[in-house]
Design a binder for this molecule. Structure first.
Ligand code: UVW
Length: 320
């Protein structure tokens, strides 16, 4: 099949075709970005969290409402190919109705066989590099290991309890979902903040885009998992300049796809993770708060601490 027909035939080709033409331009990007928190830094912009920030975020809890932001993950969840997930339930030592002890104890265990970048997920700093150089000028060979990353594993992520700002891009554009290919850069971010009462993004905040894209889940998974509205290159640099701790969206890859420049494949991921140490959240849904017209609140997420993992399936909680 010709590359051009592959591009038009498959949704995943939006990304794959761009990958196919990326090599020539890869050298244009500066590979090495030293952390301002020193040569041993592994947590990047999470250094912007602080006790004072947690305290002030807790004062945003006014109604006592809490919202889980995670979507369910299962075999039908659209994911970047070839990612899959499967769950196996086992009942060890309980064949033919056997139980344990006088108390006739019965139990289920489960075995999760999954790619970790599926469903609502946190991207760690070992996820994306620039020509094999990762966050803090770290060569890929220094971190890659077949049984776990040697640096930037998810286990290094500290406790996160801070302010989240939700940007209602559905309200701003009047479209639900916001159409694929719609880029959010500084003008769109500032317009959303203005519309929400002249809000300001502050150092240590988590910024969450609400696009309504999750409403395609189970309805049009092909569209959901191939293209999306999202953060643009300039918008990523702008948010990084404000000192945000994390950025997320209710889309599968946060950044606008088709990419703003077809040769710049996951360049927003590179800017956030490799250049600025900003962790990424994907498939985080802020609908309940948006329906309540609440755009700031207390945010917390604690990923599993499986040593050396790149990503984490998470369920962030927003309290307001
Ligand atoms: C890639 O960027 C490849 O994946 P994700 O959207 O999970 O970060």
């Amino acid at each position: 099949m010709k590359l051009s027909s592959l591009c038009s035939a498959l949704v995943t080709a939006t990304v794959l075709c761009a990958i196919g033409i990326s090599n020539a331009s890869a050298q244009e990007y500066e590979k090495c970005h030293k952390s301002k928190w020193g040569p041993d830094d592994q947590i990047g912009a999470l250094n912007n969290l602080s006790a004072a920030k947690t305290l002030s975020a807790s004062k945003l809890i006014k109604q006592g409402k809490s919202m889980r932001m995670g979507i369910e993950s299962n075999t039908k969840t659209p994911a970047f190919p070839p990612r899959t997930i499967s769950v196996t339930i086992v009942k060890p030592g309980q064949d033919y109705g056997q139980t344990l002890g006088n108390t006739k104890t019965s139990y289920h265990d489960d075995i999760l066989n999954t790619w970790v970048g599926i469903g609502t997920q946190l991207d760690g700093l070992g996820h994306i590099g620039i020509d094999n150089v990762f966050y803090n000028c770290t060569p890929g060979v220094d971190i890659t290991g077949i049984s776990g990353l040697k640096k930037f594993g998810i286990e290094t992520v500290p406790a996160i309890a801070t302010r989240a700002v939700i940007l209602d891009m559905v309200g701003l554009t009047g479209k639900k979902p916001v159409p694929e290919g719609t880029a959010f850069n500084q003008p769109e971010i500032e317009a959303a903040l203005k519309r929400q009462g002249n809000m300001k993004i502050e150092k240590g905040d988590v910024v969450i885009f609400y696009t309504g894209w999750h409403t395609l889940l189970g309805v049009d998974d092909k569209r959901n998992g191939s293209v999306e509205p999202g953060l643009g290159v300039q918008g990523a640099k702008y948010l990084a300049s404000l000192g945000v701790a994390m950025i997320g969206s209710d889309t599968w890859a946060l950044e606008v796809i088709p990419f703003e420049n077809a040769g710049q494949v996951f360049h927003v991921h590179q800017i956030l993770l490799a250049e600025n140490g900003i962790f990424i959240l994907e498939n985080v849904v802020a609908e309940q708060a948006v329906n309540d017209k609440v755009y700031e609140g207390f945010f917390t997420v604690g990923p599993h601490r499986t040593t050396g993992t790149v990503q984490a399936i998470v369920n962030p909680i927003f309290v307001y």
